[in-house]
Design a protein around this ligand. Structure first.
Ligand SMILES: *[C@@H]1O[C@H](CO)[C@@H](O)[C@H](O)[C@H]1NC(C)=O
Ligand SMILES: *[C@@H]1O[C@H](CO)[C@@H](O)[C@H](O)[C@H]1NC(C)=O
Length: 302
C-alpha cells in the first residue's frame, strides 16, 4: 500500500515537473523599442523556460512585402549583415540602425526535445530620423491687406515632422488670440502641414520669419527670410507711370532728331552684301584682302 502511494506521489511530481520544463517560453524586455538612426538597439528575446539544449533560433523581419530572414542557420543575413549580432540566448543587437530597419521583427525558437516545442515573440522596432533642414517659402513683400502664405516642408524626418514658425526669433503661437503681441494678426498656423496663412497682412506682420521642423529625434530650421509689407500707393503709381511716359517721349524725340540730321542716311549707301568672316579664319583673310578696303568695310560692320 505504502509502495503504491509513493509511486503515485512520484508520478504526480514527475508529471508536474514534466509540464514545467517541457515547453519553450519566450519573453522580452521591450516589445516596442526605438532608437535614433545610426545608433545601436537591442531587440530582446529571452528564453524563460526550455529543456532542449540546442534550440533552433531564428529572427525574421516582417514588412509589407512579407517576412525575410535576419538570423538563420546561426548567421545574420539580409540587410542586417555586418550590422547586427546575437547575444545569448536569442537577443538581436543592431549596431548601426538605419531608417529602413523600422519594421516588426519576430524571434522564433524551436526546441525539438520540449513537448511544446515552438514559441515566438514579435518586436516592433522604430528607428527615428532627425529632420533635415526644411524648405521654407516666405514672400518677399506683400501688399498691405492682402493674403500671404508661408510654407515649410521637410520629408526626411521619422516620425513625420511637426512645424513651428518664428517671427523675429520669437515663436508664433498656434492661436494669435493667446498672445498680446499677435492679438490682431489674421494668421492661421498649421503645425501638421507647416503653413502659416495670413488672411490680410498688417504692417506689424512684416519681419524675419523662419520655420522649425521637429520630431522625437530632433529638429532642424531654415534660415530666416524677410517679409515686407507695403502700401498700394495710388498717387505713387500714377507718378511712376507719368515718369516712364516722359522718358519714353524724350527717347522717341531724340531718335527723330537724329534721323532728321542724317545720322542714319549716310550709312545706307555702303550697304552691299559684304559678309563678316567667321571667327578663327581671320589671319588668312586679312592677308588676301586689300587692307584699306577691309578696314573701311569692317568699320561699317561694327
Ligand atoms: C552607420 O552606417 C552609415 C551608413 O548607413 C555610415 O555612414 C556610418 O559610418 C555607420 N556608422 C558606424 C558607426 O558604423
Ligand atoms: C488691436 O486692435 C485694437 C483695435 O484696432 C487696438 O485697440 C489694439 O491696441 C490692438 N492691439 C495690438 C496688440 O496691436
Amino acid at each position: 500500500m505504502a509502495k503504491t502511494r509513493l509511486a503515485c506521489l512520484l508520478t504526480l511530481l514527475s508529471t508536474h515537473c514534466y509540464f514545467n520544463v517541457s515547453a519553450v517560453v519566450l519573453k522580452t524586455n521591450n516589445e516596442s523599442p526605438w532608437t535614433n538612426e545610426f545608433d545601436k538597439i537591442e531587440l530582446s528575446c529571452l528564453i524563460e523556460s526550455i529543456s532542449t539544449t540546442n534550440p533552433r533560433i531564428e529572427w525574421k523581419k516582417i514588412t509589407n512585402e512579407g517576412p525575410s530572414y535576419v538570423y538563420f542557420d546561426r548567421k545574420i543575413s539580409g540587410d542586417l549583415e555586418n550590422r547586427a549580432m546575437i547575444r545569448e540566448p536569442a537577443t538581436l543587437l543592431i549596431t548601426n540602425a538605419t531608417r529602413l530597419d523600422t519594421a516588426k521583427y519576430r524571434c522564433e525558437v524551436t526546441a525539438a526535445d520540449d513537448q511544446k516545442s515552438f514559441d515566438e515573440i514579435v518586436i516592433d522596432l522604430v528607428v527615428r530620423v532627425k529632420p533635415v533642414v526644411p524648405k521654407c517659402s516666405v514672400p518677399k513683400s506683400v501688399p498691405f491687406g492682402k493674403s500671404a502664405e508661408l510654407s515649410c516642408v521637410e520629408d526626411e524626418g521619422f516620425p513625420k515632422s511637426q512645424y513651428q514658425w518664428f517671427k523675429n526669433r520669437e515663436e508664433i503661437p498656434d492661436d494669435p488670440k493667446t498672445s498680446l503681441k499677435f492679438f490682431n494678426s489674421t494668421y492661421t498656423l498649421n503645425a501638421e502641414a507647416g503653413t502659416l496663412n495670413f488672411i490680410a497682412v498688417r504692417k506689424e506682420d512684416a519681419g524675419e520669419y523662419f520655420c522649425r521642423a521637429k520630431n522625437d529625434a530632433g529638429y532642424s530650421e531654415c534660415p530666416p527670410q524677410k517679409m515686407e509689407v507695403y502700401d498700394i500707393d495710388v498717387v505713387g503709381i500714377v507718378l511712376g507711370v507719368l515718369v516712364v511716359a516722359v522718358v519714353l517721349l524724350c527717347i522717341t524725340a531724340g531718335i527723330c532728331c537724329a534721323y532728321k540730321r542724317g545720322y542714319f542716311s549716310s550709312q545706307k549707301q555702303t550697304g552691299n552684301n559684304y559678309k563678316v568672316p567667321a571667327k578663327g579664319d581671320g589671319v588668312d583673310y586679312v592677308r588676301t584682302e586689300d587692307e584699306g578696303d577691309f578696314r573701311h568695310k569692317s568699320s561699317f560692320v561694327i
